[in-house]
Design a protein around this ligand. Structure first.
Ligand code: 2M8
Length: 447
């Protein structure tokens, strides 16, 4: 393996860590693509792969391009990119036998996948990597990846949007922030309401055993209640062949999710640039969808709370449970200057998001807050990376630099873990986590 070292200004400890990060990515590599993590997640996840590719492109842009191109093999005939493409590894507890994609009409025949999607980071990653390739390879790579993205965005803007809505998600796993408070709050409401998704316990016989708890401590993972509700929902979609067009005609749950929509806007910007580079024009449905997102996005701002929230698409009400997603609109330039200033105040508020180790995935004042429990408190490196770019975009350079330095130092002192306590910095979740390693490299390369 070729180890690439950054500038002379790097400390000895950083250069050692660069080697460690590249070694993790190399060890987790399965040829053209990379395990999200060796024991807990030995498969390919959609947005993980995009973050991983960005990190790899700091030292091997060709391998990074292949990481993204490898996602093609899992694309459904209707254009959906599934959130997981399965390998043969037997370990994952929500594996192919749970999803049974081979029974769904649009799923690929030669490979097993999940039946839902994940945040659309692909166009963003493709643009980043293309910029790091020489001009001949750039053109070839973009010509290959462009149709994949077009098919995917066309699916998003056909199946996941209605008049007057943002893109709608049908499952918390699609948001990437699995057990994040707004989703868990809403899911519980529906589950216990008279219009309950499934009667509690009705699907008990198909619940998979929680093998994740053999790898990671119980209090670091979603609760049984949350997992059961998420599993129920996925099983209902399995019965509907994962046809979201039909599912959304009479949805069990539909959320205009902040994280997903922010990334979709930024991805659409990137796609526009890619099309311009290739000298082609985007399909009208994509142009129209992009505009619709930008026009409707301001409706997610709650002036009284001073926060952005995801929206329950069925009731049209904001889900006013705070989460780290409130800061993400900065990344796509979707906040006004005034909103940005309010958000930065929140980031510094030591009662809410101004934790000793930033940025907690929910406010420390939220009743959901737990320093260890997955997306309900711990720090995640991909979130910090998105937020600090948002801060830079709005001219908060000092705050961005501070967040970058603290994130780098945290990883260097604690290791390449999946997440960390915002109170003590203690590592949690899976070790040798690929996107932590990858984004560490990316953070350093722009330092
Ligand atoms: C987590 O999600 C999976 C389900 O998709 C799980 O909990 O088993 C999330 O952190 C998600 O964002 C991530 O892509 C995935 C793999 O790292 O793990």
């Amino acid at each position: 393996m070729q180890i690439y070292l950054y500038s002379n200004s790097m400390t000895v400890s950083s250069t050692d860590k660069v080697t460690d990060a590249q070694t993790i990515l190399h060890t987790n590599s399965q040829g053209d693509w990379t395990y999200a993590a060796p024991r807990l997640y030995p498969h390919q996840w959609l947005w993980d792969s995009c973050f991983i590719a960005i990190g790899i492109s700091t030292y091997n842009s060709l391998r990074a391009a292949n990481e993204l191109l490898s996602l093609r093999r899992g694309q459904w005939a209707n254009g959906m990119l599934p959130h997981i493409i399965f390998s043969d590894a037997p370990d994952y507890w929500l594996g192919p036998e749970f999803w049974q994609s081979h029974k769904a009409p649009y799923a690929p025949r030669h490979i097993e996948t999940s039946g839902i999607t994940q945040p659309p980071v692909l166009a963003i990653a493709a643009k980043t990597i293309a910029d790091r390739l020489d001009s001949t390879r750039r053109k070839r790579f973009l010509e290959e990846i462009y149709p994949v993205i077009i098919k995917y965005h066309t699916w998003l803007f056909t199946e996941r949007i209605h008049q007057g809505t943002l893109l709608q998600l049908i499952h918390p796993w699609e948001s990437g922030l699995d057990n994040t408070p707004p989703w868990m709050y809403l899911l519980k409401q529906y589950h216990t309401s008279p219009h309950s998704i499934t009667p509690p316990g009705a699907l008990q016989h198909v619940y998979p055993v929680r093998k994740d708890l053999r790898v990671v401590a119980k209090n670091q993972r979603p609760t049984n209640g949350d997992i059961h509700r998420m599993v129920d929902l996925a099983l209902m979609y399995r019965l509907a062949d994962y046809q979201s067009k039909h599912i959304l005609n009479k949805p069990l749950i539909a959320v205009e999710d902040l994280t997903f929509n922010v990334l979709a806007v930024r991805a659409s910007d990137a796609l526009e640039e890619i099309a311009a580079y290739l000298g082609v024009s985007l399909p009208p449905i994509i142009k129209k969808g992009h505009k619709q997102l930008i026009n409707i996005f301001p409706e997610l701002w709650d002036a009284k709370a001073g926060e952005f929230f995801s929206r329950d698409s069925k009731t049209k009400k904001l889900i006013s449970q705070t989460s780290i997603a409130t800061f993400l609109p900065l990344y796509a330039g979707l906040a006004t200057e005034e909103q940005a200033a309010t958000l930065v105040k929140q980031l510094k508020n030591t009662d809410t998001y101004g934790a000793p180790y930033p940025v907690p995935t929910t406010s420390m004042a939220s009743s959901y807050f737990s320093e260890e429990r997955y997306w309900q408190g711990p720090i995640w490196v991909n979130m910090n990376w998105l937020i600090l770019q948002g801060l830079e975009k709005y001219g908060f350079y000092r705050e961005a630099k501070d967040l970058r330095t603290k994130t780098i130092q945290l990883i260097e002192s604690k290791g390449f873990y999946e997440y960390f306590s915002p109170l003590t910095g203690a590592p949690a979740g899976a070790g040798n986590f690929s996107w932590t390693a990858a984004l560490y490299l990316e953070l350093l390369s722009n330092n």
